[in-house]
Design a protein around this ligand. Structure first.
Ligand SMILES: [Zn+2]
Ligand SMILES: [Zn+2]
Length: 456
């Protein structure tokens, strides 16, 4: 008996958390927090597995939407044994502490939810078991009903440092959970090798870019040149460029991209600004560059000349000395560095805000990216109308698979049962339609929180 149940993250890019009951062993795949929601609303619905066995959790990578709720899981299920790659564990040590600081202000007033302490995170991270890519190990829960144990293998998913796809094998069944997966090379991370997915029976696949035309996504090389062209225009007019990025993944990739473009004289040399936790994560990238599939092992991020954006007291420096500012958050969420800078940037007609990654609908980043010059926008409910005077440009440096690549993954896996997750309805619809076109006989499911799917 193998049962699947989504506790969150099924119908959008949210609190990813998927429960499997595998012959009596309870296994969670990921335990994320929704980046846009607050308090209990941002967490997976742990209540749904109150009466189910839970023995293990495997974290695919350290983005908040896959790991953010882990400290709350441990509060409710202290006995759960957690696995991840070594790199994910190292990053989690930084990001979970960082998230605790933010959460402390947000959830103190909420009923039924207790924030976790830094000591608890230390304990949690220390107890995480780190696993090497492609080295299989075995699991077996307390109420496991078969003599055969569950074999687990983590493979490099090419999305960010430490990202893994999870392969689960038992009783002739092979289940593949893609996690966030990318088949193409970025500037630093190499695309995933999906050959280990062959001969699967069940595929749990992300669908992030299912609704996005791949022609729009372009390729990293072409987008880098287009980025340089637009950035040159802004820099030559005496303005600065703001690049809102996720601290984990996009910061490192964009820093490497911008530096490479400057080295090749494609992009005008200007001061590069980074800062905050993104800079610390860059050090983890540097340390692990020989241990993972990495495109540019010679490039050391911390050796790239960069100023700390958090040291800037007077924002007018960006008028006097044009620069490129790589700052989180990626979706320009309120209270973050990129939000504070964006408020200033929007007022400067010769400045530019360049979006480079995924922007969730309803976020300030989404509003800015979809605004026209001269238009008035409302960044948040409590802010005042603001006129968009600066240049707004949208670039695509994807760290998720193009939708055709998702079909390739399904084809390669040859799975007869496929569950679609981690995508909005439109994205799942496109993928579902084309999967059925590719192979009529598959059983297709769309994950919905609370809806149990019996797989075997
Ligand atoms: Zn991710
Ligand atoms: Zn994700």
């Amino acid at each position: 008996m193998i049962k699947f149940l989504a506790l969150g993250g099924a119908d959008d890019v949210g609190a990813n958390c998927f429960y499997l009951n595998i012959f009596g062993t309870g296994l969670l795949l990921d335990c994320g927090a929704h980046p846009r929601k607050k308090g209990k609303e941002s967490l997976p619905q742990f209540d749904l597995i109150k009466n189910e066995p839970l023995d293990f959790a495997i974290i695919s990578h350290a983005h908040q939407d896959h790991i953010g709720a882990l400290p709350f899981l441990v509060q409710e299920f202290p006995h759960v044994i957690i696995y991840s790659t070594y790199q994910t564990k190292e990053i989690a040590d930084l990001t979970l502490h960082n998230a605790a600081n933010i959460l402390a202000q947000e959830i103190s007033l909420e009923e039924g939810l207790r924030n976790y302490t830094h000591e608890e995170i230390d304990l949690l991270v220390k107890s995480m078991r780190d696993i090497e890519y492609n080295k299989s190990f075995e699991l077996c829960g307390l109420r496991h009903s078969l003599n055969e144990k569950i074999k687990i293998t983590l493979t490099d998913a090419g999305h960010i440092l430490g990202a893994a796809s999870v392969i689960i094998e038992i009783a002739g069944q092979k289940i593949v959970y893609t996690g966030d997966i990318n088949l193409s090379n970025q500037t630093l991370m190499q695309g995933a090798d999906i050959s280990p997915f062959a001969n699967s029976s069940i595929l749990l696949t992300e669908t992030t870019y299912g609704a996005t035309d791949s022609e729009k996504l372009g390729g990293w090389g072409g987008e880098a040149k287009r980025f340089a062209k637009h950035a040159n225009k802004v820099l030559h007019s005496g303005g600065s460029v703001l690049v809102p990025v996720f601290a984990l993944g996009k910061t490192q990739e964009l820093l490497a991209t911008v530096y490479n473009l400057m080295q090749r004289k494609i992009l005008t040399e200007a001061t590069i600004y980074t800062g905050g936790i993104g800079k610390e994560i860059s050090n983890i990238y540097d340390r692990n560059r020989y241990l993972v599939n990495y495109c540019n092992k010679e490039l050391v991020l911390k050796d790239i000349p960069q100023n700390n954006v958090l040291d800037v007291e007077d924002l007018n420096i960006f008028k006097k000395n044009p620069g490129i500012v790589i700052a989180s958050s990626g979706m320009i969420l309120r209270g973050t560095t990129s939000y504070k800078l964006a408020e200033y940037w929007l007022k400067q007609s010769n400045f530019g805000i360049f979006g480079v990654g995924y922007m969730d609908i309803e976020t300030p980043g989404y509003k800015i990216m979809n605004a026209k010059k001269g238009e008035n926008i409302l960044l948040s409910e409590t802010s005042e109308q603001q006129k968009v005077l600066c240049e707004i440009e949208r670039f695509y440096f994807p760290s998720h698979s193009r939708r055709e690549d998702l079909l390739t993954i399904a084809k390669k896996s040859n799975a007869s049962k496929i569950i679609l997750l981690h995508g909005e309805t439109e994205a799942k619809n496109w993928i579902g339609y084309h999967l059925l076109e590719q192979k009529k006989s598959i059983k297709l499911y769309s994950a919905e929180p609370g809806k149990q799917i019996s797989l075997v």
